[in-house]
Design a protein around this ligand. Structure first.
Ligand SMILES: NC(=O)c1ccc[n+]([C@@H]2O[C@H](COP(=O)([O-])OP(=O)(O)OC[C@H]3O[C@@H](n4cnc5c(N)ncnc54)[C@H](OP(=O)(O)O)[C@@H]3O)[C@@H](O)[C@H]2O)c1
Length: 305
């Protein structure tokens, strides 16, 4: 099975590089230097030249604040170019797995969002990702779109790595308590992708369409941070962990509005795969144990810069 992976240096991309190393699978990884999503021809060129049997797109403009300042760039990378990639895949009958976000919703729900709930993004990033979803759906029937949320990994540049960095510098860390979502470990998303590819290989088909793909237990950013610090403290990475002060979103103004409630109901995917994604606390434990196993001074958080 020849697999082509875009966005190979991102959180999900890196995790996919590990899980997609399987016997009989030939993985080609493509980064921004080889295919910049502001130039759709570069992206579609890879599909035309390498004729993979499966394509995974983990590339995206993910800077939520930056998208407010560069809306056209976000729209091109997350919207138009996804449409071009999907059209190229469709023309060669190549299935495509693409990733999207809980930020397509406005965050006003009182229960976890299902796939058929109305979308209404409240920031530019969310709107750009929604555009990509719609173009994908319009041009390529053989697609799986996985909406995920609050992605974290051991690599820098996500909420967990940022909190651990701050923990090493401060005695108090202020975190919003009024944003709720489902943290999701990049490795667990990659496992889902590997399962889907395997299933396609076995059945030469998949139940195509849109799936929510998050860990099952929603929490606030405040609760999430407390858990990260407790786990890091238990592994000896923090001594002691800083105090976590709960604040509200209006005390932490940002350029882009964030949905207050972004929990995703991933039961459709769980039904397909026979089990839900693991609880996010397993991913936090894995990260802290990996960091602790390295010989670094406890006060210097290693991931993390
Ligand atoms: N991170 C989250 O919390 C979150 C939440 C919900 C959904 N998602 C979605 O999940 C997917 C994976 O996210 P992630 O957390 O793995 O993102 P990430 O770590 O920010 O990685 C994004 C990847 O996209 C690449 N990229 C950015 N601009 C590009 C361009 N113009 N051309 C080609 N490649 C470009 C980046 O390349 P460089 O390394 O060169 O920058 C990087 O490899 C995305 O679709 C994202 O929208 C993420």
């Amino acid at each position: 099975m020849k697999i082509l992976l875009f966005g190979a240096s991102g959180q999900v991309g890196r995790a996919c590089r590990d899980t997609l190393q399987q016997p009989g699978w030939e993985l080609t990884t493509v980064g921004r230097k080889q295919a910049d999503f502001v130039c759709p021809d570069q992206v579609t060129g890879w599909v035309q030249r390498s004729r993979p049997e499966f394509v995974i797109n983990a590339a995206a403009y993910t800077d939520v604040e930056g998208a407010e300042k560069e809306p056209q760039l976000a729209s091109m990378v997350n919207g138009e170019c996804v449409g071009s990639l999907a059209a190229a895949c469709a023309s060669f009958n190549i299935p495509l797995i693409h990733l999207s976000t809980d930020f397509v919703f406005n965050g006003q729900a009182s229960r976890a969002y299902r796939e058929d709930d109305p979308v209404a993004p409240i920031n530019t990033y969310g709107a750009s990702k929604l555009k990509g979803e719609r173009l994908l759906r319009a041009v390529h029937p053989q697609h799986i779109c996985l909406r995920t949320s609050w992605v974290f990994s051991i690599y820098p540049g996500n909420f967990v790595s940022t909190m651990l960095r701050l923990a090493a510098q401060r005695t108090t860390v202020s975190v919003v308590g009024d944003q709720v979502g489902c943290p999701t470990y990049a490795g667990d998303i990659a496992d889902v992708i590997a399962q889907l590819v395997l299933r396609y290989q076995q059945h030469e088909d998949l139940p195509w369409g849109l799936y929510h793909c998050s860990s099952p237990e929603p929490c606030s950013r405040y609760e999430f941070t407390r858990h990260i610090f407790a786990e890091a403290e238990a592994e000896g990475l923090l001594d002691p962990a800083p105090w976590v002060k709960k604040i509200s979103s209006y005390q932490y103004p940002t350029l882009a509005a964030r949905p207050a409630y972004g929990a995703l109901d991933s039961s459709k995917l769980a039904q397909l795969l026979g089990q839900p994604l693991p609880h996010w606390n397993r991913g936090i434990r894995q990260i802290c144990q990996t960091l602790a196993s390295k010989t670094v001074p406890a006060a210097i958080p290693p991931v993390l810069n």
